[in-house]
Design a protein around this ligand. Structure first.
Ligand SMILES: *[C@@H]1O[C@H](CO)[C@@H](O)[C@H](O)[C@H]1NC(C)=O
Length: 403
């Protein structure tokens, strides 16, 4: 049957029309498109629904509905590296023209507590006042090989999203070998849904990041910059060749002796143009699962994105963070660090964020160098990770919080 007759027939079909109208109204609300556009959308949808009920004359079998979707938040066939059929399970359009920094947070579906902690201590209203928005990046939880995690149902994630509207969830499996998918998904999402934003801040959900000070630093020192990533720069880091390690990387996966200089995934800032370039480049190279190495190292190097270390604003010691909020007169001073690890302790996250927020509400002073946290903090244990010892104390050879 020729297509035109089919379209006519189904356009006369009441139920298709009703659906079409509903969708058309939705589309109008979402896109504000004009009636001519609506007709086109209607026709497209009619075709889509029709294909869904199309019977193959040869086999008399129903052909499976085509997954073609024109919904702006749920488009089908978004390219994401080598993943066939990538789509969002949950998506939100959170950016408007007044957003300058979008914060994207890697989190496991089971980590509801961490997400709520951050929502509670860094309220969304603050972020709005500061021209920022926040979304959490999730994949799909499959529990059979993840006994360590509390089993969170998809239902409860949907509920969580209905409450907060801040979840972006991809349809690939949540797994630490899949974090590069998540990382590129986040950057791609940001370039697509927040195109007017100047910076992306990518962070992990267990890292204490003072977003108030981080934003100030970006505004005062890096605002007009392009093609740039800022963070805890890792230089001359080597792949782990010990097969017993969770982070073992074979010669086949990564033949070079050193990784390209990359930014720790704890927290970094990236300009929007750099994110676009990296996303475009990402489909040209084989998958490599250590996401911060691949995205902020290998791919950034390929497209010539500049990387600058803010290493002196990062601490590797949770005790430094404790000191920030415990040293005498701490309420008068900013913490010396923008970013530090929580080592799985939610209390320290809450305290650091509350302190950061109080310095936002009642501006604090810089700590004078003679009473800097690293000088006066007596809690600090010996570093868990030996610095490179090359005379530049800022540069440390670490990968993430795990090594
Ligand atoms: C990564 O996600 C894909 C798509 O869902 C899945 O097939 C694959 O098994 C996942 N990888 C791991 C290591 O679980």
């Amino acid at each position: 049957m020729p297509l035109s007759r089919f379209v006519k027939k189904s356009l006369c079909n009441l139920s298709v029309n009703a659906r079409c109208q509903t969708v058309a109204i939705m589309m109008k609300q979402v896109t504000g498109c004009h009636p001519g556009g609506l007709l086109l959308v209607c026709l497209t949808l009619a075709v889509v629904f029709m294909i869904g009920v199309w019977q193959d004359p040869a086999t008399h079998k129903l052909i499976t509905p085509s997954p073609v979707s024109v919904h702006p938040l749920y488009p089908s066939r978004v390219p994401l590296l080598d993943l066939p059929g990538f789509t969002y399970i949950i998506n939100n359009d959170v950016c408007s023209a007044d957003v300058f920094i979008i914060v994207i947070i890697h989190t496991h579906p089971a980590n509801r507590m961490e997400r709520d902690l951050m929502r509670q201590h860094i309220p969304e209203e603050d972020l709005r006042d500061l021209g920022m928005r926040r979304v959490f990046l999730l994949a799909r939880a499959e529990w059979e090989d993840q006994e360590l995690y509390h089993k969170t149902s998809q239902w409860s994630i949907n509920e969580e999203n209905l409450m907060h509207h801040d979840i972006i969830q991809g349809n690939f499996k949540e797994h630490y070998h899949n974090l590069t998918y998540k990382h590129i998904m986040g950057l791609q999402w940001a370039t697509h849904y927040c195109p007017h934003t100047k910076f992306i801040i990518k962070m992990d959900d267990d890292i204490a990041v003072d977003l108030y000070q981080f934003r100030d630093k970006l505004r005062t020192r890096f605002w007009g910059r392009k093609n740039l990533i800022l963070g805890l720069m890792q230089i001359e880091a080597k792949p782990v060749r010990n097969k017993a390690s969770k982070w073992y990387v074979s010669e086949k996966e990564y033949p070079e002796k050193y990784y390209a200089p990359f930014m720790s995934g704890w927290a970094y800032a990236m300009t929007m143009d750099a994110a676009s370039a990296i996303v475009a480049e990402s489909i040209k190279w084989p998958y490599f699962w250590i996401d911060d190495v691949h995205v902020t190292g290998t791919l950034a190097e390929k497209v010539g994105v500049k990387r600058e270390g803010l290493n002196r604003f990062y601490t590797l010691h949770v005790d430094h963070l404790h000191c920030c909020v415990e040293l005498p007169n701490n309420a008068d001073y900013f913490c010396d660090f923008l970013v530090g690890p929580s080592e799985g302790d939610p209390d320290v996250l809450g305290k650091v964020w509350d302190h950061a927020r109080s310095c936002y509400i009642n501006p604090c002073q810089r700590r004078p160098p003679e009473i800097s946290v690293s000088k006066t903090c007596v809690r600090a244990k010996l570093p868990p990770l030996a610095p490179l010892g090359k005379g530049h104390g800022e540069i440390v050879k670490v990968y993430g919080p795990f090594l």
